[in-house]
Ligand binder design. Structure first.
Ligand SMILES: [Zn+2]
Length: 245
């Protein structure tokens, strides 16, 4: 939901707050990685959530969460097409219902569409049945409207418990986090967003953006051509092919 995203604190703030409010049960570890941890120590994870692809492949996966959003998603699609680049869109199920043509356009243009829940709740606070429903309802909505079955799922706010990974696995979606987070949802300005994304990289990164506010679309017009000079911008399936089953 738009309001939920606007009000969202940083990932690390979210996670520390969650830890205080709902101490994990034994054996149920809340994801506690801030995006900085992903960048510096992405291998040190004990849960099967993907944070990046292999380095030195010349590939980067650009991902956009929370859409589709008329006036934003379509502008980003134009930038991607202009630079022969692909991206992955983690859509919210109820927004796919609201804007079906835009969701279809994402797929028609060769981009990947993925699952970001139906109503964008904090899944780490929900019961298993409700979490499974959020994932399944979105899978079915995307299948109905776009004619494809998503392979990937990203929990809203990155808030997910280790044991909830099994709920995603049961629905044949892999949990994807990210390795670069420009905090674009805070709307720091298109130039700042772009600078944070175009920092030196060895490739393999999964970049988190949001096709929710036009500022991110304006930033995309800056950073997509810059990234495309040095890397192939590919879908997650392309980046992760053969690495994760
Ligand atoms: Zn989101």
């Amino acid at each position: 939901m738009v309001s939920a995203c606007l009000a969202a604190p940083s990932l690390s703030q979210t996670l520390s707050a969650r830890a205080q409010l709902t101490p994990p049960e034994r054996g149920d570890t809340l994801v506690t990685f801030a995006s900085d941890d992903f960048n510096t120590n992405p291998i040190n994870i004990r849960i099967p959530f993907v944070v990046r692809g292999a380095k030195n492949t010349g590939k980067i996966a650009l991902t956009y969460d929370d859409g589709p959003t008329p006036g934003v998603t379509d502008f980003i699609l134009e930038q991607l097409a202009a630079h022969r680049s692909k991206a992955t869109f983690f859509v919210i199920g109820q927004r796919v219902r609201a804007f079906p043509k835009l969701a279809q356009t994402i797929v028609e243009q060769g981009h990947e569409i993925a699952n970001h829940s139906y109503t964008h709740p904090d899944l780490s606070k929900l019961q298993d049945g409700a979490v499974a429903n959020e994932i399944e309802k979105t899978q079915k909505t995307i299948e109905d409207i776009c004619g494809v079955t998503p392979h990937y799922f990203r929990p809203p706010y990155g808030a997910f418990r280790a044991t909830q990974g099994a709920l995603a696995r049961a629905q044949h979606v892999q949990v994807i986090i990210w390795s670069i987070d420009p905090q674009d949802w805070r709307r720091p300005g298109a130039e700042i967003i772009s600078q944070r994304i175009t920092a030196p990289s060895s490739g393999g990164d999964i970049i988190l953006c949001h096709d929710l506010h036009f500022q991110t679309a304006a930033a995309s017009r800056i950073f997509i051509p810059h990234l495309a000079k040095n890397f192939s911008l590919v879908t997650l399936s392309n980046l992760l092919r053969g690495q994760h089953s």
